[in-house]
Design a protein around this ligand. Structure first.
Ligand code: 5RP
Length: 292
């Protein structure tokens, strides 16, 4: 029952006079002026204590079909879910194999439209209502900088997604696609990531390259790296280590985890590098320990 006692002015009330309201800067660079919903979702994808994230990418099927290691999505992915900070996947994979009770923030593959059998990058975006329906914590859009046919279309996809993202408080992940003819150097990657950020990406996924600190410093929002093709475990861990050292805020890794000899051990070794500052050698020892 409503109680008028609590509204009376009296000497017992404590307004904290003299104690300034704490105004903290948001822990991820470039996002301080974003809306509460975007910051809240980014704080689910990222660990606010380390400022980093281990995202598990298994969206490969959207262009490649049954990718090696992902033939049986459920068997490959479900044992890894508990070790990931966030899951990056298509809505098809999400609805068919990810248990809603896993309670992991979802980075939804939001652009699609072509396959490796023809010409990549001619993509459209899915419906914002579906991203909201599945409670997406971010929407990932591929951006093909330097593609003479589809650059404009993919940037438009990013721009429209960011419009919806700002409207509904959902972060946009710009994913830089590097075509076969592109050189993966700091100049190209730096251009592609900067274009993503300036066109509204909340954070950007790209490939590691030499002089990566220039890429990071030239991009006003956080960057996570993709793993790329499967490497020997020690090299994949070195890749994570170097990227983090050069300023990446985490990884969004697929093949180097689910194609590893022991994926559950590998994702924990990657976590060791990203969140616990393990060296590649220490992380490999952890991997060897865990797999045995
Ligand atoms: C392509 C993608 C990939 O599908 C995937 O997420 C990349 O992960 P990895 O390179 O670590 O296998 O984003 O644009």
């Amino acid at each position: 029952m409503a109680d008028l006692e609590g509204t009376k002015e009296n000497a017992d009330k404590d307004y904290g006079i003299g104690i300034p309201v704490e105004t903290k800067l948001f822990f991820l660079k470039g996002l301080n002026n974003c809306d509460w919903g975007i910051k809240n979702r980014m704080s689910r994808i990222y660990n606010p204590n380390t400022g980093r994230t281990v995202m598990l990418a298994f969206d490969h099927g959207y262009i490649m079909g049954p990718t090696s290691g992902l033939e049986r999505l459920d068997l490959a992915i479900n044992p890894l879910i508990e070790y990931a900070d966030s899951l990056m996947c298509t809505r098809g994979a999400l609805r068919s194999i990810v248990p809603p009770t896993a309670n992991k923030p979802i980075c939804l593959r939001y652009s699609a439209g072509s396959s490796v059998l023809t010409y990549l990058n001619n993509e459209c975006t899915i419906d914002i209502e579906d991203a909201i329906r599945i409670n997406a914590s971010a929407m990932a859009v591929m951006v093909a900088i330097g593609d003479s046919l589809y650059e404009a279309k993919t940037i438009e996809n990013l721009v429209r997604t960011a419009d919806y993202g700002y409207k509904y408080g959902i972060p946009t992940l710009g994913v830089t696609a590097v075509g076969k003819d592109m050189v993966r150097d700091a100049r190209y990657i730096g251009t592609a990531t900067r274009i993503c950020a300036e066109n509204g990406a909340t954070f950007v996924k790209t490939y590691y390259c030499e002089n990566f600190e220039r890429v990071v410093n030239g991009c006003p929002v956080p960057i996570v790296i993709a793993g790329g093709k499967k490497l020997p475990e020690i090299e994949a861990l070195e890749l994570c280590y170097n990227a983090i050292n050069d300023g990446a805020t985490g990884v969004d890794m697929g093949r180097n985890v689910f194609q590893a000899e022991h994926p559950v051990a590998m994702i924990q070794a990657v976590r060791g590098v990203v969140h616990d500052n393990l060296t590649p050698k220490q992380a490999l020892e952890l991997y060897v320990d865990l797999k045995s």
